[in-house]
Design a protein around this ligand. Structure first.
Ligand code: ADP
Ligand code: MG
Length: 390
């Protein structure tokens, strides 16, 4: 039986084929659809999304490929990376029922039940070339892929921004991670060839093309996050405390002058966190113009400023992230580099002169390995479209 969509013929590739082969092996049938959901790098605007501020991510050509089809019984999900998760009934699964990685599927089914009459059960196999927990948002990619799979199975659709909001709700309320909206929006709404400037309060998105002579390089420290969850919650609480003192609903509404003039009324850490958020929002707004004009000097200064602010004021960098960023800054071809994602480990992102990108990758990795003894890696990423059926 050939149920393949005609578009499949032109969209094949090793990851696509692999997801389909896994499906055939596990479920002894042809998948009905294959879905791609990208990971993301954030070029600028870190720890601003839960403060109502601005972010500047790009969806990348690395992500999650999901092969799936409708199932008669329960929902069964198999991951190439993490194995088969707990099976569940998409029509009735509740928070707490699923504890292994299949909770991302259970959570998406649970949030979708408010929007479509009946969420059908599916079989799905997933393969991914995103490192897990490395700051490129493998969790949002999984959420978007599974959300689209349930929608496909139900013959339903919702706008990508809506799917992103449901993904965040899944992660906040089912998975139990109190993340902002950036990752899901980037994975759902990415544009080919560009980044997206996003106002996380209004969810307004403005696509911004990346000059074709600049390459995005993802620099993985290979040091996974430690204590990220609890430290993240402390940062969020400190931001809320700053808002109370400043008398604003969110730090988005504060200016640097306001923060500086209230310094004496705040604990030092609260002051530093607020200072990071308001200066990061300003940098993100300025980055729009810098990228648009291809202004190397400004791009570099803003990314550098972001890293230093995250290191010194928000205190979410790590020795490895600092080593990677510093190595990037002093390597030929580098326009700008900084840590990306929540921090405490994970990855840096660099914008690099495209014709020097490969040499840059080789040199940065060699020097990073020599310095830290960790097997760091560098990957040139293409800005990609958001999650879609292939
Ligand atoms: P990230 O920064 O990569 O989003 P998170 O800790 O938010 O890190 O999400 C990582 C989690 O997402 C993993 O522990 C796993 O539960 C889930 N996940 C990501 N990729 C996969 C995959 N390929 N297969 C199964 N689960 C995955
Ligand atoms: Mg995540």
């Amino acid at each position: 039986m050939d149920t393949l969509h005609p578009m499949w013929k032109v969209k094949t590739g090793p990851m696509f084929d692999h997801a389909r082969d896994l499906y055939q092996d596990r479920f002894a049938a042809e998948p009905e659809w294959v879905i791609f959901a990208p990971g993301r790098v954030n070029l600028l605007g870190e720890h601003t999304d839960y403060n109502g501020g601005f972010v500047f991510p790009a969806a990348i050509d690395k992500g999650v490929w999901l092969a799936g089809g409708r199932a008669d019984g329960v929902t069964t999900l198999l991951s190439d990376q993490l194995g088969e998760g707990t099976a569940f009934d998409a029509r009735s699964v509740m928070p707490g029922d699923v504890k292994d990685w299949s909770k991302f599927g259970a959570g998406m089914a649970w949030v979708l039940r408010d929007f479509i009459n009946e969420v059908p059960n599916i079989n799905a196999t997933i393969t991914s070339n995103l490192p897990l927990g490395s700051g490129v948002s493998s969790s949002a990619a999984i959420e978007m892929a599974l959300g689209l799979a349930f929608l496909e199975a139900g013959g339903a659709s919702i706008p990508s921004k809506g799917l992103a909001i449901l993904g965040q709700r899944c992660e906040n309320l089912y998975v139990g991670v109190n993340c902002g909206i950036m990752d899901q929006m980037a994975s759902a709404c990415g544009v080919e060839g560009g980044a997206i400037f996003m106002d996380t309060r209004t969810l307004e998105i403005v696509p911004a093309s990346i000059p074709s002579d600049l390459a995005i390089v993802l620099l993985d420290t290979k040091k996974s996050r430690e204590l990220a969850g609890s430290a993240y919650n402390v940062r969020r609480a400190e931001c809320e405390e700053a808002c109370r003192i400043l008398g604003v609903p969110q730090l988005r509404d504060a200016t640097l002058e306001m923060v500086l003039s209230h310094k004496g009324a705040m604990l030092e850490n609260v002051f530093k966190r607020a200072k990071h958020v308001v200066t990061e929002n300003n940098r993100t707004l300025e980055f729009r113009t810098a990228l648009d004009e291809g202004n190397r000097e400004a791009i570099g200064a803003l990314m550098h400023g972001s890293h230093q602010s995250l290191r010194l004021d928000y205190e979410v960098s790590s020795a490895e992230l600092d080593a990677m960023a510093e190595t990037a800054w002093s390597t030929p071809g580098c326009v700008g580099a900084r840590m990306t994602g929540a921090g405490f480990g994970g990855s840096c992102v660099a914008l690099v002169e495209a014709d020097q990108a490969q040499a840059f990758c080789d040199e940065v990795v060699a020097r990073y390995v020599e310095q830290t003894g960790l097997p760091g890696s560098a990957l040139i990423c293409k800005p990609s479209a958001g999650a879609h059926r292939m």
